[in-house]
Design a protein around this ligand. Sequence first.
Ligand code: DQA
Length: 143
Amino acid sequence: MSKPVVVLNGPNLGRLGRREPQIYGTTTHADLAARLVEYGRGLGLDVEVRQTDSEERMIGWIHEAADERTPVVINPAAWSHYSIAIADALAQLEAPCIEVHISNIAAREELRHHSVVSAHVTGTITGLGLKGYEAALAWLATS
Ligand code: DQA
């Protein structure tokens, strides 16, 4: 039986492909989702990819993952830098959780250097583009 993993993408990531392509690339969110489902299948993972611009909805999804002990890959996008509510929700997870950033946040504007969620995740992958999500899935598959 394949292991469930949920990939949660935060605000503005639904606009991948059109949003600042010089930073985030030209792949759309739908294409990313299809690619991760396929990649996960090869690793024996049952991957579900979700995206929302609503903090309330994101917190609900994290609570669901906490209750079901589902491993999580999350790109909290801008919430990474200020949302104590998202950080508090992630602190409730018992299964592993990987924080992913497409861009190298340490090499960008100062306001992006700190992530308030990083202390509550298992590990963080930043700056590897969309391949960062695949690296997170590969790690989860062996954990
Ligand atoms: C991001 C980096 C954040 O600073 C930004 O707000 C995003 C995307 C990334 O994936 O590189 O929306 O999380």
